[in-house]
Design a protein around this ligand. Structure first.
Ligand SMILES: *[C@@H]1O[C@H](CO)[C@@H](O)[C@H](O)[C@H]1NC(C)=O
Ligand SMILES: *[C@@H]1O[C@H](CO)[C@@H](O)[C@H](O)[C@H]1NC(C)=O
Ligand SMILES: *[C@@H]1O[C@H](CO)[C@@H](O)[C@H](O)[C@H]1NC(C)=O
Ligand SMILES: *[C@@H]1O[C@H](CO)[C@@H](O)[C@H](O)[C@H]1NC(C)=O
Ligand SMILES: *[C@@H]1O[C@H](CO)[C@@H](O)[C@H](O)[C@H]1NC(C)=O
Length: 459
């Protein structure tokens, strides 16, 4: 019978398709569990998959994978050189690419584009829920955390923001491990120079390296760098601590503008201060030879209020600036960032052990106003604006531009952190809630921990 035959044929066809689908799903799962490119590549070759099929795994809200096919052209040809694959296989560190059991956000993962050996860009990827986060507790790391940034010590009721990690798309991202880090930094010094957000990153690293545990054996070595509290000052200009078991030093120096600041009259405490836009901070030039890793940041002090408030007078070429163009804050900031990057690039020739990172700007999230006009960041739902960053370039074109052609590395956290508006201090303090919010600084533990994980992965 014609119709019967047709049904039979359909039946065979359907079960063959199902069979193929089941096999392919299984292989994809194997690949997901053990993402060595060779598994996928060899199955592709085995099945001679047509290159115009673009296969996606959609991980739905309960974390189960579905296959979807579309007729889009494949982003890479099927037959790719094996030499590259072998590099993947011998890479020693464990890659964690397991599909996250991720309750809230749906993501599409393009199997082939994430398996191809693309240039690694740590800033491209996604946030995934991870029960192993945070890396330390805000209750316990009292030794290193400023109480004002320790959200567990404030009246804040929600802490879901603590439970995520960043998964770059094409890079190895080993889990942060305290002893591995200390061994890697044996006899080395890591220095943060920047504004209060740099100080947050410093405190975060101290907590990560100690696991938030009391560490009486850590030695305060601030005096070696002149980091002592001067008479009349609220606090020293920075801190330096040494872990005796590996002789690793972690240091922070406050330099909000990354300019050299020199009082115009050293005898008068209230005198104006020359802000040399084209000279690196004296501290940095003085101690550069003692650093193995240097992490810079600047950005939020580049506004008229902060500059006049600090009595900073812009100087270029050793003289008060007369160029009206440079008076524009954006141009002054640009000049400084380019000068610092160029200066460090030259220094790297005579400091071959040194690795420099320039961190991109940390985003602010003031909605319905600014910091002083009732702006707030009250959203509590993580990743409500999406969990992925897919762009290639940085969202901080100034720093990206200044580093181009230099050997200074970019630590690009802007777009990543942009997705985390719920993780700021917001309106909570130790005593209560305020009408005004801090949508600039981050809760600790929190987003700066991720910056450090990305830093450590790139050291
Ligand atoms: C692939 O290998 C061939 C021969 O081994 C070589 O000529 C070619 O440049 C390689 N292609 C890539 C993209 O590495
Ligand atoms: C500790 O490390 C510093 C470099 O940061 C090195 O100069 C010094 O010799 C080391 N001290 C010991 C006891 O190994
Ligand atoms: C910043 O300065 C650099 C170097 O002087 C210049 O090439 C670039 O155009 C400037 N960028 C902006 C946005 O002014
Ligand atoms: C979410 O994205 C939209 C569109 O890009 C933007 O206008 C909005 O400010 C974002 N919200 C948050 C919380 O970042
Ligand atoms: C805080 O906001 C409430 C309601 O908007 C207002 O009534 C109150 O006066 C504000 N308090 C302060 C200290 O600004």
């Amino acid at each position: 019978m014609k119709i019967g035959n047709w049904y039979n044929f359909r039946g065979i066809h359907v079960s063959l398709s199902l069979f193929a689908l089941v096999i392919f799903t299984t292989l994809l799962w194997i690949w997901e569990e053990n993402p060595m490119a060779v598994t996928l590549r060899s199955t592709q070759q085995w099945y001679h998959m047509p290159s115009e099929f673009h296969v996606q795994v959609l991980v739905d809200s309960v974390g189960t994978a579905k296959l979807e096919k579309s007729e889009e052209k494949s982003p890479i040809p099927i037959t790719e050189n094996r030499t590259k694959l072998q590099v993947d296989i011998v890479r020693p560190s464990a890659v964690d690419l397991k599909p996250a059991k991720f309750p809230k956000t749906q993501y599409n993962q393009d199997v082939r584009s994430s398996s191809r050996s693309e240039v690694c860009n740590h800033a491209k990827g996604r946030w995934v829920a991870d029960s192993r986060r945070p890396l330390y507790s805000g209750f316990s790391c009292k030794q290193w955390l400023s109480p004002m940034w320790s959200c567990r010590m404030t009246q804040r009721p929600d802490f879901s923001f603590e439970g995520y990690r960043w998964q770059p798309e094409n890079c190895d991202m080993p889990e942060f491990d305290r002893s591995t880090f200390l061994r890697k930094m044996q006899d080395k010094t890591i220095a943060f120079i920047g504004d209060s957000l740099g100080r947050q990153q410093f405190q975060s690293l101290m907590c990560m390296v100690t696991g938030g545990e009391e560490t009486p054996e850590v030695v305060n070595v601030g005096w070696e760098y002149g980091l002592v509290k001067h008479r009349g000052a609220i606090r020293p200009d920075g801190w330096a601590y040494r872990f005796p078991e590996t002789n690793t030093t972690i240091l922070y120096y406050w330099s909000a503008s990354l300019c050299d600041l020199q009082p115009l009259n050293s005898r008068d405490k209230l005198s104006n201060i020359a802000m040399h836009l084209d000279r690196p901070p004296a501290f940095m030039s003085q101690f550069l030879h003692r650093f193995d890793v240097l992490v810079l940041n600047t950005g939020h002090h580049w506004n008229r209020g902060k500059i006049t408030g600090n009595r900073w007078i812009m100087h270029v070429d050793g003289k008060p600036d007369e160029d009206k163009n440079i008076e524009e804050i954006a141009n002054a900031k640009n000049l400084t960032i380019y000068s610092v990057a160029r200066w460090l690039d030259l220094q790297l020739v005579s400091h071959p052990r040194l690795k420099v990172f320039f961190r991109t700007i940390s985003p602010r999230h003031f909605f319905n106003g600014d910091w002083n006009t009732g702006g707030a960041c009250d959203n509590k739902i993580p990743l409500s604006n999406g969990s992925e960053v897919m762009q290639e370039g940085s969202s901080d074109p100034t720093i990206e531009g200044a580093l181009k052609g230099t050997k200074v590395n970019i630590l690009d956290i802007t777009a990543i952190s942009q997705l985390r508006d719920e993780a700021h201090m917001s309106r909570y303090t130790i005593r209560g809630t305020l009408n005004s919010s801090d949508c600039l600084h981050w809760c600790l533990p929190g987003i700066p921990d991720t910056w450090n994980e990305l830093l450590v992965a790139q050291i």
